[in-house]
Design a protein around this ligand. Sequence first.
Ligand SMILES: [Zn+2]
Ligand SMILES: [Zn+2]
Length: 379
Amino acid sequence: MTATEWKAAPRNWTTTLMFALTFLAALVLVPWYGFGHGYSGAAWMWFALVLCANELAITCGYHRLFAHGTYEAHPALRLVYLLFGGMALQNSALIWSAGHRIHHRYIDDPQRDPYCARRGFWFSHIGWMLRNYPSGEPDLGTVRDLQQDPLVMWQHRHYLAVALGMNFGLPLLLGWASGDVLGTLLLAGLLRLVVSHHLTFCINSLAHIIGTQPYTDENTARDNAAVALLTFGEGYHNFHHMFAHDYRNGVRWWQWDPSKWFIGAMHGLGLASNLKSVPWFRIQRAILETQFKRAERELEHQPDRPKIARLRQRVAEEYAAFQAAITAWTQAREQWLDTTRRAMADRWERSILQSRLKELERGLRLQNRRMRVLRAQLG
Ligand SMILES: [Zn+2]
Ligand SMILES: [Zn+2]
């Protein structure tokens, strides 16, 4: 499809009007009422709480649970996700997940990735929803598993009722309870909706445009702490596109990922189970592989000087050591899984294997550090 054909795609008036009118209304009405009457503390509190509930329902629910199946959730938690996810007005969990699975499968393909970042900031942020592009057509063949989930199907069938009920009913109820109906409608209803939209949209736009690529540079996805701050942890998007079945996006304990903490807390309460995470070694392997690829690319363009030849030699040596470590680790892990499978109560054998795995992991971490030093010499 060419650029002119993209422009010729028919406009989706429902989404265009919804985004434009809510945005304009928030821009005008919220300050107008604020200067004229002022807002109660309760209205601001409901704004913050409902915003958090919307965002977590999208990140922990729509994204990490329904689209990627990174854990299992109790029906009560799934229902909460579906109610507050519906409130975020981003379509039903079924349609959302169908589009998102296609985004992962065909990432950066302008013909097939529904919010392809290569088509520019505006398109990946919001433009993809304003016209009926062929790339945005949801393929329900990708969500057969979700079609078996009665709660997901219930929300899909009654999406409009859920969306309207939650967007008007909940703020009205909260406003009535706290004695500031109009203020709560404007803040927890209107402003919250617009802010929530654009925070989520930053994942498709900014998280594919600015940031680092530690785990893979084969796609546009980026890791960005500032975007993670805005998106409840989804800004660690380079990791996510590499390891989409991990329930975490910010994989290090200190990385700002409230969604992973929320899922962890739900696990603690017995409402989430079977949390999937990638073995640490595979993560390190991805980092090192990306480093080697970059080092090779950088060395290719260097003139043939003795210093460069030495560096080339060292990178080659490190690469050989890396391959040997991967082989050793895979073997040790196989053995470990084998003893577990045979349920061998030989604690001695298992502890030896475990310390061998630990030692290999430490080796890989050191190699990672050496590679960073080497690449610094190249730059
Ligand atoms: Zn993405
Ligand atoms: Zn994803």
